[in-house]
Design a protein around this ligand. Structure first.
Ligand code: MN
Length: 152
């Protein structure tokens, strides 16, 4: 009999009964090389705990929304933009993303970045920046732009 109360690790950052999905629907928003796993989705808590993994050189969507993120880095190395500040990230670092705050997570060029992200189940959809705002924010990373043009 399967014990759903315990789902064991099957490999590094993989778990029994947890499917690995694309981060978002292709074309719905710009991103590169990100996978998503939903580890917990419990109505009694009212929250989801997801695990995202960004491959080397990849990045999550630059976005903002009313709901907050509580992030714990589990694997690898990278950087995040929160508001207008870029932070270096390593294993076990913690990140708060406040409401309506622009954010993006990037893996290092030579290492992936894996992190847990806690969100409420009932949450608003992300907003995407216009081209001028995106360019100004992404310039904070101080290297070549990594954001493909957004959807029309
Ligand atoms: Mn977000």
């Amino acid at each position: 009999m399967t014990d759903d109360l315990v789902r064991h690790r099957t490999a590094a950052a993989r778990w029994q009964g947890v499917d690995v999905h694309a981060y978002k629907e292709e074309g719905s928003a710009p991103f590169r090389d990100v996978t998503r796993q939903v580890l917990f989705d419990d109505v009694l808590v009212g929250a989801q705990l997801r695990y995202f993994e960004v491959a080397p050189g990849g990045w999550t969507t630059l976005e903002r929304h009313e709901h907050v993120h509580n992030v714990v880095v589990l694997r690898g190395r990278g950087r995040c933009l929160v508001g207008d500040t870029v932070h270096e990230l390593g294993v076990h670092d913690l990140v708060d993303v406040p409401p309506l705050t622009w954010h993006q997570f990037r893996a290092a060029d030579d290492e992936s970045l894996g992190f847990l992200c806690l969100v409420r189940q009932d949450r608003d959809r992300p907003q995407l920046p216009g081209p001028d705002v995106a360019a100004a924010l992404l310039a904070r990373f101080g290297d070549a732009p990594r954001r493909t043009p957004g959807p029309a």
